[in-house]
Ligand binder design. Structure first.
Ligand SMILES: Nc1ncnc2c1ncn2[C@@H]1O[C@H](COP(=O)(O)OP(=O)(O)OP(=O)(O)O)[C@@H](O)[C@H]1O
Length: 226
């Protein structure tokens, strides 16, 4: 399902973070967002996930305009935030049950089983989230984002904190997800993650620029980040 953004704007107080961001994340493609620290990558993903409201602009999913991102994007998209979306005082199992209860509990429960095996969650299911390591908590957040079988994934530096085994596991998941026709918009500073992307957009001074194919990391850094 193609995700298209037209002239999205977002400011915090007097700071205009996103001026006019327009980009497309194609169906069956992994699309990367890059840019300097603080350029607005997480802000863009939060707005698309419906966690924060844009000041202006339009979002289209599969060609249809999304009028209410907080409701519609929660239904169609899975969002892996940079920070955690879990309840720290609850156990992992209770957090997962809570997330599975949004939508079709039976289908979510089936997916939960296989995702818990893939991301090896079962061994610490009874732990309270506040006692997990950063990487373990990230794995639970990933499972929560995938539970409802989204068609679009919004991933904010998804493999940060993961060990090498789970970085590979996530890469495998990303490859399979796009092969099945899913769309991914992924913010990253990690060359391994960016190598998975079919195309890149760079945010600079609040505007998204399509990065031409074939540029080296040094050229990209010089043109869009430094
Ligand atoms: N809730 C907020 N209130 C005020 N300013 C904010 C808020 N969230 C982000 N900002 C500011 O918006 C700008 C963009 O932040 P954002 O987190 O989107 O950047 P980023 O590109 O994801 O950075 P990084 O690469 O470091 O993760 C920064 O200047 C940041 O200080």
């Amino acid at each position: 399902m193609e995700l298209e953004i037209r002239e999205l704007q977002k400011r915090y107080g007097k700071k205009q973070v996103l001026r006019k961001v327009s980009l497309t994340a194609g169906e069956g493609k992994c699309t990367g967002i890059i840019g300097a620290n603080g350029c607005g990558k997480s802000t863009l993903l939060r707005v698309l996930a419906g966690v924060e409201k844009a000041d202006d602009g339009e979002i289209f999913l599969g060609g249809k305009q999304i009028e209410n991102p907080s409701r519609q994007m929660a239904k169609y998209a899975g969002y892996i935030p940079q920070e955690s979306a879990l309840m720290p005082e609850l156990t992992v199992a209770d957090n997962l049950k809570l997330w599975a209860s949004f939508g079709n509990y039976k289908e979510n429960g089936r997916r939960l089983e296989s995702l818990c095996v893939q991301f090896k969650i079962k061994e610490f299911c009874k732990e309270r989230v506040k006692n997990l390591s950063g990487g373990m908590e990230k794995r639970v957040n990933i499972v929560c984002a995938l539970l409802h079988g989204p068609m679009v994934l919004l991933m904010d530096e998804p493999s940060a904190a993961l060990d090498l085994v789970f970085k590979q596991e996530l890469k495998t998941y990303i490859r399979e997800f796009v092969q099945k026709g899913g769309s991914i918009l992924l913010s990253s500073h990690d060359e391994g993650e960016l190598a998975l992307c079919h195309s890149l957009w760079a945010i600079k001074e609040g505007v998204a620029h399509k990065v031409p194919e074939g540029l080296s990391i040094e050229e990209i850094s010089e043109k869009y980040i430094g």
